[in-house]
Design a protein around this ligand. Sequence first.
Ligand SMILES: O=C[C@H](O)[C@@H](O)CC(=O)C(=O)O
Ligand SMILES: [Zn+2]
Length: 276
Amino acid sequence: MPQRYATNPAQIPGMTTADLRETYLVPDVFVPGEVTVVYTHHDRIVLGGAVPDGGTLALTGYPEIRSEYFLEHRELGIVNVGGAGTVTADGEVYELVTGACLYLGRGIRDVVFEDAGVGSGAQFYLFSAPAHTAYPAALVSPGEGTVRELGDQVTSNRRTLNQYIHENGVQSCQIVMGVTQLHPGSMWNTMPAHTHDRRTECYLYFDVPADARVIHLLGERDETRHLVVADRQAVISPSWSLHSGVGTAAYSFVWAMAGENQAFDDMDAAPVTELK
Ligand SMILES: O=C[C@H](O)[C@@H](O)CC(=O)C(=O)O
Ligand SMILES: [Zn+2]
């Protein structure tokens, strides 16, 4: 499993574009017929993807997490950003339509990913964090979480945010997870940008048109950088890094966090007038 060691804001001024991309961008999350995983030492999150591609894919243990099976010491949030698929957890079959979210708690031994039908094209985004206890598995249908309508078309940031795994929804040890969908003609997410120095957050951008890109902002407010992000690529935001982004077309993203607390509104705004 590729290791991404934790980084410090003092490293940012000396980093080239390639350094920034190697450190914070996960470019190939979805590989047909494979489970891909990346271990970031920021809050010990493992993120990745599973694309059954007509076959049966098992989530295994990895030497890097010194676990016999993947969820021995961890919990997992899954969002299906492809066509319909199934996740089987210790014999229990969960059907995930496009956009559905599944939580699997610590202690589940066997996790298997499959398409729901021939060529259905499931793409499971995986976000895992260490867990101290076992919460029950739970499936949420797309749009059935806690919905927040945010932003305004006038400022090109009208978007619908859906909280799935969170304090008032599906319970977990650390994971907070949901999906935000930009409305047509809106391009900016998370404006004003913010930090939450108590949690690491990862974004998976999806439904980005093939010829479009998202310009994702990172860094401290007086030393920002950007990553140019394509469809189905993920970005790791360390606790000290603000996050926001603007697309050249509307898009959606899965946001997921882990760390000190699960209070969604624990955010320190970085107003655009303070950004450098
Ligand atoms: O800490 C929370 C995350 O950054 C996202 O939920 C923000 C987001 O989806 C948005 O404003 O569009
Ligand atoms: Zn955030």
